[in-house]
Design a protein. Sequence first.
Length: 358
Amino acid sequence: MAARRPGFPRTVIEFQRRFSTDEACELYLAECRWPDGFRCPRCGNEKAWALPARRLRECTACHYQASTTAGTILHRTRTPLLVWFWAAFLMIIDKRGVSALGIQRQLGIARYETAWMILHKLRRATVNLERTRLTGEVEVDETWVGGYQPGGEGRTRKGRRAALVVMALEVGNGYPERLRARLVPDDTSASLVGFVKDVVEPGSVVITDGFQSYRALAAAGYTHRRIVEGSGDAFTNPVPHLHQAIGNLKAWLNGTHRGVTRRHLAVYLDEFVFRHNRRLNLAAAFQTLLGLGTGRGPTTYDTITGAKDLPKVAFTPSKKVARVASMSGATATNDTPEALGASSEQGASGTTARQTGR
Ligand SMILES: [Zn+2]
């Protein structure tokens, strides 16, 4: 399946090469506006003359002039597109944030007020990026993370530090897009479907495994695609893209932040989601910042509570977890072990065993 989204640079060098002129930026806008090629909104003709300096495409048949910046935050701006593109890019790749003075100097913007205004507009879009609900097709699953405990097998079993996290991943044209995650106290319908209601736009397609708590999704206004694992001849992973993200999360937690406890997990979870949404989806973040729609609805100002606002959650055992744990014979695990293969938590319990043996 081909991605409709035009390719996007992943490094500063690539970005520099790709967007070296205003004209190149304008061409990118046109590609975002018409991912399948130009189509005249008035007569449907598919040929146009490019007028990049005026940020227009003129239909060769009816001479209708379509703007390449319409509907974006770049519309009618007097600032060069190049400046906007670089400001947005710098904002995405530098998670510490950029200052108006910084971009004024870096991008050679004459007036401080212009730099400030550019950042102000981009920042608003950044906030919206976190708050807009996922749309289209969204994979949802819950997983256990953390739980590494050097105290030994018995204690791990008894007072486990693992935390339950529910995650939702937007999938567009077969590619992972925006991610949302939340620490939840249990895997009841109230917790799981409650999360989906907060982060996924009603009417979207929500894909889950056969777990019973998700049954309430249809009544909550979603098209629920429930895929029961192991129901066919071959094993089908109902949420393959999300499981990859979950694997990345565990590897990241285990590799970079060994021994994250439940108390601190929320912070790391936020950072992981941030990294996923910015770095793995530079194109999506970039397009959202500039307001370039590719089949995505307009930005809304829905106020939803992110993971930051969540109170600390306590652990409540559940049927599903008990079932999976007994199946895999593991202690603090977790999700479908088949899908994740060697999960990081299994690695962690391995370490625990080694330490106990010493
Ligand atoms: Zn036309």
